[in-house]
Ligand binder design. Structure first.
Ligand SMILES: [Zn+2]
Length: 413
């Protein structure tokens, strides 16, 4: 026992001596084999942020006391891929900097900037300087169901965060030719949406496309199924009919209707009774006016009482008129092909007009029709050759739409 204790004591003394030697001894860690070497580890910092409105990269660099010469090199290296002088607000950026021990300067090692929701700019510093590339963001996609019932308004029902508001607007756009989401929603209306969820490295990044939707408005159910025809995405009902109408009832965002369609109206300036064969949509001067459907510009210029006027010719004998414009957009010229939704001009009060509004008319084979009353022509249906594919596609989307309600799971996130 005594022997064992003295042995232990000996071992302890040995280690103490060893320890004291390492503290006071001549040997430095470098020439002591097997001893861990103290490395001068660089300090890596990550600066992340969202570009504010009107903010430039040079302001961001100044704020973080980063070298301006580096920003210049970075901008020059990226020039062919993206112009960093014109960064956009609300996009995110990441700057990784490195500080070597003993150095005061932060050195930018790499830089990332989100160009849009599916691409980012990646700039890396290598031995030859900065190199830039545009990288596609690869999301993991999942499907999820968003369902709800409307008590007061759609946004209160679906959620007022940015992502839910966006899918609410997308849904309103999908059904815009059947339901007016501003005036026609009723308490008790309900919806089911099959939506793509985008995930990046295990983090939910937002919603993608609406894959299928069902909306019950005032007891009537409308369906929408996303489907590509010749590479062009669109939404169709279960019979393969496009949900997009070939013409719009109102080709702008308006405040109110200041004059309806009538065959007899007292003209506000002429004070005589004349027919008003169009709809007057009151909107602030400069409000963009879109082409109501695909077609060709037939007229763009001054036309008496209409003031600045655009006329577009559409398939199947339809024509649309846009009057009292403050300005016709550059490029909106006779013979120009336009697509539905293209901005063609801006609201004004030119010609015989008492205030800023758009005079909008729909004419078919020479006869003016009431844009608010007519049954709007539909866009094309799914071609016969794709109908089998389409039916199978609808079948599987329907099954997904009808699965159990998992709104709770989404709301909890
Ligand atoms: Zn009018």
């Amino acid at each position: 026992m005594k022997k064992a204790l003295s042995g232990l004591l000996l071992v302890m003394i040995f280690f103490l001596a060893f320890y004291l030697n390492s503290l006071f001894g001549r040997e430095t860690p470098e020439d002591f084999p097997g001893h861990p070497v103290s490395l001068s580890l660089p300090e890596i910092t990550e600066i992340t942020g969202i570009i504010k409105k009107g903010e430039t990269l040079s302001e961001i660099f100044k704020r973080h006391e980063l070298d301006m010469q580096t920003l210049y090199k970075l901008t020059r290296a990226s020039r062919k891929v993206y112009n960093l002088i014109k960064v956009k607000p609300y996009r995110s950026y990441v700057i990784n900097t490195l500080r070597l021990e003993g150095s005061e300067r932060e050195e930018v090692k790499n830089f990332r900037y989100s160009i849009d929701d599916s691409h980012y700019l990646k700039v890396i510093k290598g031995p030859e300087g900065f190199t830039a590339e545009k990288v596609r963001v690869v999301y993991n996609k999942r499907q999820s169901l968003v369902t709800g019932t409307i008590r007061d308004n759609l946004i209160n029902s679906i959620g007022n965060d940015r992502e839910h508001m966006r899918i609410a607007f997308d849904m309103a756009e999908i059904f815009e030719s059947s339901i007016d989401f501003v005036t026609e929603l009723r308490r008790g209306d309900s919806y089911r949406l099959l939506v793509e969820e985008l995930w990046l490295n295990g983090v939910f990044k937002g919603y993608g496309k609406i894959l299928a939707a069902e909306f019950t408005n005032n007891g009537k159910t409308y369906e929408a199924y996303g489907f590509k025809v010749n590479g062009r995405p669109g939404y169709y009902d279960s019979k393969g009919r496009s949900l997009k109408k070939a013409l719009m009832r109102a080709p702008l965002r308006f405040r109110y209707i200041s004059s309806g369609f009538t065959y007899r109206r007292k003209h506000p300036i002429l004070k005589t009774y004349r027919a008003h064969r169009g709809i007057d949509y009151a909107a602030p001067r400069g409000t963009p006016v879109s082409a109501a459907g695909n077609g060709t510009v037939k007229f763009a210029g001054w036309n008496g009482g209409y003031g600045n006027l655009v006329i577009i010719k559409h398939p199947n004998g339809y024509e649309t008129y846009y009057g009292h414009l403050s300005r016709i957009r550059k490029g909106t010229k006779k013979g120009k092909r336009v697509s539905q939704g293209d901005i063609i001009a801006y609201v004004g009060s030119t010609g015989l007009s008492t205030g800023p509004h758009l005079h909008y008319s729909i004419k078919r084979y020479g006869k003016f029709l009431n844009p608010l009353k007519i049954k709007l022509p539909r866009n094309r249906t799914v071609p016969a050759g794709l109908m089998t594919d389409f039916r199978n596609h609808v079948e599987s989307l329907r099954a997904e739409l009808q699965q159990g309600d998992n709104k709770e799971r989404i709301a909890q996130r």
